[in-house]
Design a protein around this ligand. Structure first.
Ligand SMILES: NC(=O)c1ccc[n+]([C@@H]2O[C@H](COP(=O)([O-])OP(=O)(O)OC[C@H]3O[C@@H](n4cnc5c(N)ncnc54)[C@H](O)[C@@H]3O)[C@@H](O)[C@H]2O)c1
Length: 316
């Protein structure tokens, strides 16, 4: 791959951290633009030792900043967002302005030759029609503010005529220097490790999952195959990881012996995700996510076990 200048908005996030390292590792120059809203400076600070890494502190809603930063890059991954339905319900103004309006700013300041890859969510499939088997022709009908604003971002990019590759991501799992414990996969492993029990609702709901390193590989694939993928949306998940929440909890309990799984009525998913997603379209352009759920549980178990050893409040 030719060495290029990559701008990653939200580069200090869960996915952004892994993408930043992947593209630096490939020899590219990477700029991370982030407002560090979760005080995650320590996750990216070690990268300052790499002369190909640059950090820009700022907000993707700042048009002047975007005018300055976007044009000097060959590639833009627009990851910055308020992520997940619960976080979005708590911050409706930020959700609309970051997840949707900043995409319009990006679109207005970028040139036609710049490659853009945008991560939408597959959250909207099947929710109103009740369709269980979903592919890219299935209407996206999100019900949460998060899903609505991310899908609006996809529309802005695909309809502008400048071209972009959109990924409709499955629920992501795996270790990142900036972990997200609010992701249900990670939450189940954490519950099992810290309490010996997993309490979950909507056990019969099927979701599609994908490993964070497979997402990074998918972004590399989009850049390497940009001309054949531009202007299209692709599901990015693992076909082997369409699984019910109950079966996922049972897999976690097998990996962490002694864990008891309880189902209750509480804490419903705001996007009511219950569908089986096909990743065939992406396979047809040459990419397949292949890390397994079991690999992910093992990796996350080992990572979170380290985290749980951390107790800064005792000297003895
Ligand atoms: N993690 C998943 O399972 C998943 C699934 C589907 C889609 N996505 C999409 O992937 C992207 C990254 O998600 P993530 O899981 O890494 O979330 P994250 O919350 O860890 O990362 C978001 C990053 O954006 C930054 N940010 C937020 N508002 C900003 C602003 N106004 N200006 C600059 N930076 C800002 C945050 O500080 C954070 O570093 C999002 O666009 C999300 O919608 C994620």
């Amino acid at each position: 791959m030719a060495k290029e200048r990559v701008l990653i908005t939200g580069g200090a996030g869960f996915l952004g951290n892994v993408l930043t390292r992947r593209f630096l590792g490939e020899g590219h120059k990477v700029t991370c633009l982030d407002n560090l809203m979760y005080r995650q400076d320590q996750s990216i600070m070690p990268l300052a030792a790499n002369p190909d890494f640059e950090f820009v502190f700022g907000d993707v809603r700042d048009r002047a900043l975007m005018e300055e930063q976007v044009p000097r890059h060959d590639i833009v991954f627009h990851m910055a967002a308020i992520v997940g339905a619960p976080a979005s319900e708590q911050r409706p103004f930020d959700t609309k302005s970051i997840n949707q309006d900043s995409v319009a700013i990006l679109e207005s300041v970028r040139g036609k030759g710049q490659k853009v890859v945008f991560p939408n969510t597959n959250s909207g499939y099947g929710t109103k029609s009740g369709q269980f088997h979903c592919d890219e022709t299935t209407p996206l009908e999100p019900i949460s503010l998060y899903g609505v604003t991310k899908c609006a971002g996809e529309d802005i990019l695909l309809q502008s005529g400048k071209g972009a590759v959109v990924y409709r991501l499955a629920s992501v799992f795996g270790i990142s220097p900036r972990m997200r414990l609010d992701l249900s996969f990670h939450d189940m492993v954490l519950q099992a490790l810290s309490t010996g029990a997993i309490v979950m609702s909507e056990g019969s709901f099927t979701r599609n999952y994908v490993h964070i390193q497979d997402v990074a590989s998918g972004f590399q694939h989009a850049i390497q195959n940009y001309d054949s993928m531009v202007g299209e949306a692709f599901n990015l998940g693992s076909d082997g990881a369409n699984i019910t929440r109950k079966d996922l909890a049972m897999k976690v309990s097998q990996r962490i012996p002694g864990t008891v799984v309880y189902e209750n009525e509480g804490k419903a998913d705001l996007d009511k995700r219950n569908y089986l997603v096909s990743n065939e379209k992406l396979r047809r352009v040459g990419f397949e996510a292949n890390r397994t759920i079991d690999q992910g549980i093992e990796e996350v178990r080992r990572g979170l076990a380290i985290m749980l050893k951390n107790n800064p409040y005792r000297n003895v």
